[in-house]
Write a protein that binds this ligand. Structure first.
Ligand SMILES: Cc1cc2nc3c(=O)[nH]c(=O)nc-3n(C[C@H](O)[C@H](O)[C@H](O)COP(=O)(O)OP(=O)(O)OC[C@H]3O[C@@H](n4cnc5c(N)ncnc54)[C@H](O)[C@@H]3O)c2cc1C
Ligand code: SF4
Ligand code: SF4
Length: 659
């Protein structure tokens, strides 16, 4: 006879306001196998856990049901509590009577009925639970950081400082990310390059950091502690071990093309470093534009390179390295507004994005920091800034707030007023959101000290008249139409996920949301972890973020990595899939279903009617399986079963509800 204890939590009034917890506890006491049942205000609290521990001792309970919040919240808490009372932690079942019940039902009577049903099902299941034990896997003490923006650099520096070897894989020829394009940074207005470039150099010179630039992730196999990552080193056409970064090649190269780093506002050569402070300061050849690769002629760079570093014969190289942990820090892109034709972006050269504006005001930018109109290089006197371009716009599929635009627009308007004394800076806005330290003060200074004019309302139309841009909109506070003759318009376009974000997530094997931003394991309690053990997130790849938030998250991810790498081995969750080889037909359907690539086929030998036969059956890699259960429903022979969630246990729950 099993001895089940049932513990009903009020969660303050979270549960108790729509569920009669006492009644649930009394009813549960009558369920088969239940020998003790009670309710308590906060079951997760220290005294609440004592109630459980004392009951386990007093009533000789051998398994328990806790009816409270979601298991995602407190399952580990109650498992620990059971362990300290001497019971196997997997002899616990949780009934979610908060998220699944009290929070969604306004009616107390019906809520109570549903809570009773949920507890009844949990009791039926826990009776069939068996003790499970964790196994352990070794940890390889080397980390990979994907993306060398400020988040990736910070994470790598922290991991390296703790004594672990870390590789930063960056797809561009230099690390630095978007912050390298930014001029001054809110809220302190310190120069971005002055705070970023020392970190870039620190990363390059750190004995524990390897910079792997102009490279991408080709394939990821393995599991926490033992990832096997194949990296594609793209052909640079320059031997970095010989190149001294003298610059002769890019000075003499005759081919000029639009620079990606300058966002079309400046040019670069076919052999180039993206920006003067690039790290490493070694060029790459853009083969699509290089005359030699297009016509077989030129070779100026090779002839003039004093160290013989230019090598047109280089090919992409693949390298496989083992890592214990991975930090993904691939950042963001900007919403391409030209596809909508709205506001004349892509049509009028003087309608530019906020990031292009950063290049215009940047001392190392295409205009050496002088604000000039792209069309005629004249100094603009009236500049209109439009916020929330794409962001908070359901119609454009970006209902979220991009979080940085309110602040960088206030920064841009301030810098206009600082650099062009007789200028007018007008900001069209829906709201001003300043939820950071010293952010509100920064915005207020833009208005009060610099005289930036804020107009609450949407711009309806922009068109060209002579050399002016006519901006028409509505001032919703004054309730009247406004028209501004502007010299330049700057759009604060939405921060969006990188276009290859989904591909990368699928390669590494973690999830992403409907906007392709990477998904954290829990928005409040596990904000830097993914659902894939050993893979962590940092920076704007997870959602729009400014530099302070990106840096904090990077350090948090690094702390998680160091925690993991500090162990020689780690315990794995026992709730994973198991194969019943005797009924597995070896069809392999589960292999394609498993999102974590955890299933393979293996050959077994068996004796049938006195003869030795070989056949194929599925086998589950315990390190890779995340216990999602997808394979168990796909298997036509019912050969796969999830430990802790066997078919028998699930059916017992269904029976408890229906019979
Ligand atoms: C116009 C503008 C102005 C801003 N001004 C400020 C400011 O003043 N203050 C402030 O706090 N914040 C500001 N921000 C926000 C700031 O830019 C971001 O917070 C910061 O860049 C986020 O850093 P990150 O490392 O997460 O991403 P990123 O800077 O985007 O870096 C990501 C890196 O990963 C690389 N990468 C991407 N995909 C891959 C891949 N598949 N494989 C390998 N590498 C990859 C990229 O090439 C890049 O180097 C501004 C943003 C904008 C748009
Ligand atoms: S071969 Fe000529 S065009 Fe190509 S990178 Fe060298 S100098 Fe430039
Ligand atoms: S439960 Fe099955 S599908 Fe899910 S991770 Fe494990 S093996 Fe893969």
């Amino acid at each position: 006879m099993k001895r089940v204890g049932v513990f009903i939590c009020h969660c303050g009034t979270n549960i108790a306001h729509t569920v009669d917890c006492e009644k649930v506890a009394k009813t549960a006491a009558e369920f088969p196998h239940v020998v003790f049942s009670t309710d308590y205000k906060y079951m997760c609290s220290e005294p609440g856990q004592m109630v459980i521990k004392n009951a386990i001792k007093e009533h000789k309970l051998d398994r328990i049901v806790v009816a409270s919040c979601s298991p995602r919240m407190h399952e580990p808490t109650f498992r620990k509590c059971m362990e300290s009372a001497g019971l196997n932690p997997y002899l616990l079942e949780m009934a979610n009577i908060r998220e699944h019940c009290s929070w969604v039902h306004p009616d107390k009577e019906k809520g109570t009925e549903k809570a009773i049903d949920l507890v009844k099902m949990a009791v039926a299941k826990v009776v069939k639970n068996t003790p499970l034990t964790r196994s352990s896997i070794p940890i390889h003490k080397r980390a990979l950081v994907i993306g060398g923006g400020i988040a990736g650099i910070q994470a790598a520096l922290d991991i390296a400082d703790a004594g672990y070897v870390v590789d930063i894989v960056e797809k561009e020829p230099s690390i630095g990310g978007r912050m390298a394009q930014v001029d001054k940074t809110f809220p302190t207005l310190d120069c971005s390059a002055c705070i970023l470039t020392p970190k870039m150099v620190d990363a390059a010179q750190h004995p524990n950091i390897n910079l792997v630039t102009y490279s991408e992730i080709e394939k990821v196999e393995g599991y926490v502690g033992n990832f096997e990552v194949t990296i594609r080193h793209k052909a640079r056409s320059v031997d970095v071990s010989k190149c001294t970064g003298c610059g002769t090649c890019w000075e003499k190269c005759p081919t000029k093309v639009a620079s990606e780093f300058e966002l079309g506002l400046g040019t670069r050569k076919a052999i180039y470093t993206p920006f003067p402070q690039a790290v490493p300061n070694k060029p790459v050849i853009d083969r699509d534009n290089c005359r030699y690769f297009k016509t077989g002629k030129c070779m100026v760079c090779q002839k003039l390179c004093p160290t013989g570093a230019v090598d047109y014969t280089q090919e992409d190289q693949l390298e496989t390295i083992r890592y214990g942990a991975i930090v993904v820090a691939t950042g963001f892109d900007l919403f391409d507004h030209s596809v909508y034709g709205e506001y004349g972006y892509g049509k009028y050269p003087d309608v530019i994005t906020g990031l292009q504006f950063e290049r215009l005001i940047n001392a190392s930018g295409p205009t050496a920091g002088k604000i000039k109109r792209p069309s005629d290089h004249k100094e603009p006197k009236t500049i209109v800034f439009i916020k929330c371009v794409g962001s908070r716009d359901e119609a454009k599929g970006k209902p979220y707030c991009s979080k940085t635009c309110c602040m960088y627009t206030a920064k841009h308007a301030t810098l206009v007023k600082e650099k062009i004394k007789d200028s007018q800076a007008i900001v069209f806005y829906m709201d001003v959101r300043t939820p950071g330290k010293n952010y509100e003060e920064f915005y207020q200074r833009a208005v009060d000290e610099y005289g930036v004019q804020y107009v609450r309302g949407r711009v309806s139309k922009i068109y060209q008249k002579g050399d002016k841009l006519i901006v028409k909109g509505e001032d919703t506070l004054l309730g009247k139409q406004v028209e501004v003759e502007a010299d330049m318009v700057v759009l604060a376009t939405a921060m969006v996920a990188r276009s290859d974000a989904g591909d990368l997530a699928r390669k590494v094997g973690f999830s992403y949301d409907q906007h392709d931003f990477f998904t954290e394991a829990h928005p409040k309690l596990r904000p830097v972890e993914t659902h894939t053990a050993g893979v962590y997130l940092a920076g704007a790849c997870q959602g729009p973020k400014d530099i302070p938030d990106s840096v904090s998250q990077a350090s948090a991810a690094a702390a998680k990595v160091c925690g993991l790498l500090s162990k020689n081995e780690m315990a794995t969750e026992p709730i994973i899939s198991a194969v019943n080889e005797s009924i597995c037909s070896g069809c392999g359907l589960c292999i394609s279903i498993c999102p974590y690539k955890a299933i393979d086929l293996k050959t077994i030998t068996e004796r049938v009617h006195g003869k030795i036969h070989e056949r194929q059956v599925a086998t589950v890699n315990n390190g890779l399986c995340q216990g999602c259960g997808a394979c168990t429903v796909a298997c036509r022979s019912s050969a796969l079963n999830l430990r802790g969630f066997t078919n028998e246990q699930i059916l017992a729950e269904v029976d408890a509800l229906c019979l």
